[in-house]
Design a protein around this ligand. Sequence first.
Ligand code: ARG
Length: 232
Amino acid sequence: ATDYTTVTDGKLTMISSFAFPPFEYMDGDDYAGFDVDVFKALCDKLGLEPNILPSVAFDTIVPTIKSGGKADVSLAAMTITDERLAEVDMSDPYMDSNQSICVKKGASATDVDSLNVKGTQIAVQSGTTGEAWAKENLPNATIVPLDDIIQAMTGVSTGLYAACVSDLPVVKYEIEQAYSDLEVTVEIPTGEQYGVAVSKDNPGLTSAINNALKEMEDDGTMDSIETTWFGS
Ligand code: ARG
C-alpha cells in the first residue's frame, strides 16, 4: 500500500473542521463523530494508521488537500460537487444529505419568501453548499458567512440572525442536543452526497478508499456506524 504519493510512515493523515456534529466534533480533547468512525474503519481496511490533524476552518480544507503535503484525505461531511472535483478527487458517496432552513421558534419569517427580504440576516458556514444555496435562493437577504454552524445556530438563538441554512442532519441533531428554542421550517431536497476528499496526486488512494467503502457497506461496518450516530 505504498503507491500513495503523499502517504508516509504507514499513516493516513486526515484533516477536517470539527464543529459539525454528529459528523465531526470535539468531545473534550477527542475527535468524535460519524466521519471519525468511518475514517478509522477505512484506515483499518487499508492497513494504515489513522492520524487526525487539529481542526481547521471548513473553507481551507479543499485548498489544503489540493496542495498536498499536509493531509492525505478529508472526511468533513463534504458534499461531492463539480467545483470540488475540479480541485481534488472525491470518493464514491458514503452518505446522503439535504439542506434546511432553521429559525427561532415563533419567528414570523419562516419560509424562503419571507426570509428573502432586504436587511434580513441569514447565517451560513463559509465555503459550504448551504452558503451557495442561500446566496442563490435568498438574493435579497444578507448572507453572513461564519466559521462554523454552532456559531450560526447560537446567533439565531440570540436573535442576531433571522435564520441559518445548513445540512439538515446536523441542524436536526443540534436542535435535539442543545437548541430546543430553534426549529427547522424548510427542508430543502438538494440531494447532496458526502464523499472523502483526496489529493489528485493519489489516484490509487481514491480507488483503494472506494474499495474499502464498498467492503464497509457489504460487511455491515457502515450500518453499525450509522446506528451509533443516527439510531436504527
Ligand atoms: N455538506 C456541506 C458542504 O459540503 C457542509 C459541510 C460542512 N462540514 C464541516 N465539517 N463543517 O459544503
